[in-house]
Design a protein around this ligand. Structure first.
Ligand code: COA
Length: 326
């Protein structure tokens, strides 16, 4: 076995659309400000009855169908999420039950918006070591449940969705070429949800203080994200002796269009080689990259033999990349 390879993808977004104009009626903001500062026009919001595992289930069904596989064919399920159905058990176990993937082991990964690439890193290592042979990785988020809809600095940013990929060993040259994951816990306070854990357990007091909502120092996070993602992209290309022009598709985490534009300018990649869906879905955290990848596959944007570069940045802080020969 030479490499691990993504053999199929799937994704799901809830039907309900919340536009910037809708948000104008909820907080002091404007469609123009949101588009100019973030690139977001609308986002999807899960139905009351939908939890992270429900979105994950829909995305996973798509990936299984695409690969002509049955749930019993999976031997590992990794779910990346910060909005799991409940603190425990893992959303991966709930998804395993929903799918009927009786032969799979299942666990969650928490790396915020870098979660899907952290999951891919773990899956790639397990496949290369021979421990697992067929792994489902899902990024799924219902961020609307931890969004403070009175806070204009964050509520405009987030949306709900899920994306899934199935990874297998490959004897071919194509597959996952190089992966990197990084963390810097010294900046954990830039982006977090302080309530509901052992530090600030759920209580009347924690709810009154709004600790069950996302808190973000947006401007500082923005600056670190740009620097880390630019530097990482340059490093990956250098390490693999690739010119930017050899990258057929860049799939960045969709946190802010201006962050994506900064990376693209630094690399000198044209925008038509970049997957953008932030305008339609906002920031869906761990789901943003697998949703964008699935859209790229289904619309024929990615072809066999193409080099594609995936890059993520999120709370932790965490950041990560994957270079893939498709
Ligand atoms: N509508 C109108 N005005 C708003 C607003 C909104 N929704 N949100 C903030 N503002 C105002 C602020 O109050 C501030 O006003 P002031 O100058 O009078 O104080 C002004 O706009 C600028 O705020 P600032 O926070 O500096 O804006 P920004 O250009 O940094 O954009 C974000 C804010 C959140 C869009 C941006 O910082 C961002 O995308 N951050 C990073 C997100 C990210 O990468 N997350 C990590 C991965 S998930």
């Amino acid at each position: 076995m030479r490499r691990s390879r993504i053999v199929s993808t799937g994704s799901y977004v809830p039907e309900k659309v919340l536009t910037n104009v809708d948000l104008e009626k909820m907080v002091d903001t404007s469609d123009e400000w949101i588009i100019e500062r973030t690139g977001i026009k609308e986002r999807r919001i899960a139905d009351e009855g939908q939890a992270a595992s429900d979105l994950a289930y829909e995305a996973s069904k798509g990936a299984l169908k695409d690969a002509h596989l049955k749930p019993e064919d999976l031997d590992l399920i990794i779910v990346s999420t910060v909005t799991g159905d409940m603190p425990f058990p893992s959303t991966a176990c709930i998804l395993q039950d929903k799918l009927g993937a009786k032969k799979a082991t299942a666990f969650d990964i928490n790396a915020a918006c870098s979660g899907f690439l952290y999951g891919l890193y773990v899956a790639d290592s397990f496949i290369k070591s021979g421990i697992h042979k067929r792994i489902l990785i899902v990024g799924t988020e219902v961020l609307s449940r931890i969004t403070d809809w009175d806070d204009r600095t964050t509520c405009i940013l987030f949306g709900d969705g899920a994306g899934a990929s199935i990874i297998e060993p490959s004897e071919e040259e194509r597959g996952i070429i190089s992966m990197h994951i990084y963390s810097d816990g010294s900046m954990w306070d830039l982006l977090n949800m302080p309530g509901g854990g052992s530090r600030n357990p759920a209580s009347k007091n924690s709810i009154e203080k709004g600790l069950h909502f996302i808190k973000m120092k947006g401007n500082e996070t923005f600056k670190v994200a740009v620097r880390k993602l630019e530097d990482l992209a340059v490093k990956i290309l250098e390490e693999n002796k690739l010119e930017p022009s050899q990258i057929s598709l860049l799939i960045p985490h969709q946190a802010n269009l201006r962050i994506i534009q900064a990376i693209v300018e630094r690399l000198g990649i044209p925008m038509d080689k970049v997957c953008i869906n932030i305008d339609r879905y906002g920031n869906t955290s761990a789901a943003s990259i697998p949703i964008a990848l699935d859209e790229a596959v289904r619309t024929g944007k990615v072809k066999e033999g193409d080099y594609i570069l995936l890059e993520a940045f999120g709370g932790g802080l965490t950041w990560a990349s994957a270079l893939i020969k498709w």
